[in-house]
Design a protein around this ligand. Structure first.
Ligand SMILES: [Zn+2]
Length: 330
């Protein structure tokens, strides 16, 4: 038996000469009783891949036998998604404004309405994020329930890095479970990990039958280290963006740096423990032909030829060697 599909819009804010903004909610109700889980995408306007994953998830779920109900929010922050920016047009950062408020700035009202709808209908929420067109990400943030977080599978789990104002922090404070997966972006434009990871969470929660997909263990990350160059120049990485998510052995060079006059120096920093290369950011790519293995920092202050339009940084996420068993309920 296929689940029943319900859709509704929650109006938020006021617009002169137009309708209010509308946040779309979709609920799939199974024919058998069961848990209630929510999946939210589009908290940030520059992370549209998560929105595509939730749309694909909705299509998948419509053909499956479902227990309980699944609430989907494919585009939680319409003004920021329309602008295509991380910050909302009112200058606020939605994932630092939860639980929000029924009045005041539009972003606070969005936070309030999203959380209120979820609280009324679910007791667990996956806040599905993704990378951006220029930034690849590959990890899931945990908010105190490691089994629930690891159930997503596929990506390392980062513990102990909550930020006040996040949807996941407000949701856990309201008695829900929550996790925040960050997948794809940059060269990884496929929604598959987002969709398959959410299906794994729904299997873990008991909505769906079947074995989880993906690796049976995911690494646990406790410490995050950001690496950035200490001098102006072009940093050419020895690890390229297409390798985001791969393990890096200790002693691998972070990259080589080319100074203004063309002399090359080797990077001084490299991880001392086994690490995961989890994130790369390259803002302001002006020429698609430029190799993604090149990036530079502080290019705006540099007279370095070839560095125009590039401003980037990158980070490694050091991982502990502890591995988590996924799907601890099996
Ligand atoms: Zn994010």
């Amino acid at each position: 038996m296929k689940p029943e599909l319900h859709r509704w819009d929650v109006p938020v804010g006021r617009r002169v000469g137009s309708e209010p903004w509308k946040i779309r909610f979709v609920e799939l109700r199974g024919t058998q009783p069961g848990p209630a889980t929510a999946v939210v995408a589009g908290i940030f306007g520059d992370k549209p891949l998560g929105c595509l994953a939730v749309q694909a998830l909705a299509r998948r779920l419509q053909g499956l036998a479902l227990r309980g109900s699944v609430v989907l929010v494919p585009a939680a922050n319409p003004p920021a998604l329309e602008a295509g920016t991380r910050l909302s047009p009112d200058g606020l950062f939605l994932n630092r404004r939860f639980p929000g408020a029924p009045t005041g700035p539009l972003t606070d009202q969005i936070a309030h309405h999203v959380l209120a709808e979820l609280r009324a209908r679910a007791d667990a929420v996956v806040d599905l994020h993704s990378g951006t067109p220029t930034m690849a990400l590959h990890y899931t943030y945990d908010y105190g329930d490691r089994a629930f977080t690891a159930a997503f599978g596929y990506m390392p789990v980062i513990v102990g890095h909550p930020h006040e104002g996040q949807l996941s922090v407000a949701a856990t404070r309201a008695g829900m479970r929550s996790s925040l997966p960050e997948f794809g972006g940059g060269p990884f434009r496929d929604v598959r990990i987002g969709v398959e990871g959410c299906l794994n969470v729904l299997r873990y929660r008991g909505h769906l039958d079947g074995a989880p997909t993906g690796p049976s263990r995911v690494p646990l990350i406790e410490r995050i280290t950001f690496f950035s160059p200490s001098a102006t120049g072009i940093l050419r990485g020895s690890v390229t963006p297409d390798r985001v998510g791969e393990a890096i052995e200790p002693g691998v060079l972070a990259g080589s740096r080319t100074r203004r006059r063309g002399s090359e120096s080797r990077s001084s920093r490299s991880p001392s423990r086994p690490s995961f290369f989890s994130l790369i950011r390259a803002r302001g790519w002006s020429r698609p032909a430029r190799s993604p293995s090149w990036w530079a920092t502080r290019a705006a202050r540099s007279k370095c030829p070839g560095a125009d339009g590039l401003d980037a940084r990158r980070c490694r996420r050091e991982s502990a060697t502890v591995a988590l068993r996924r799907n601890l309920n099996t």
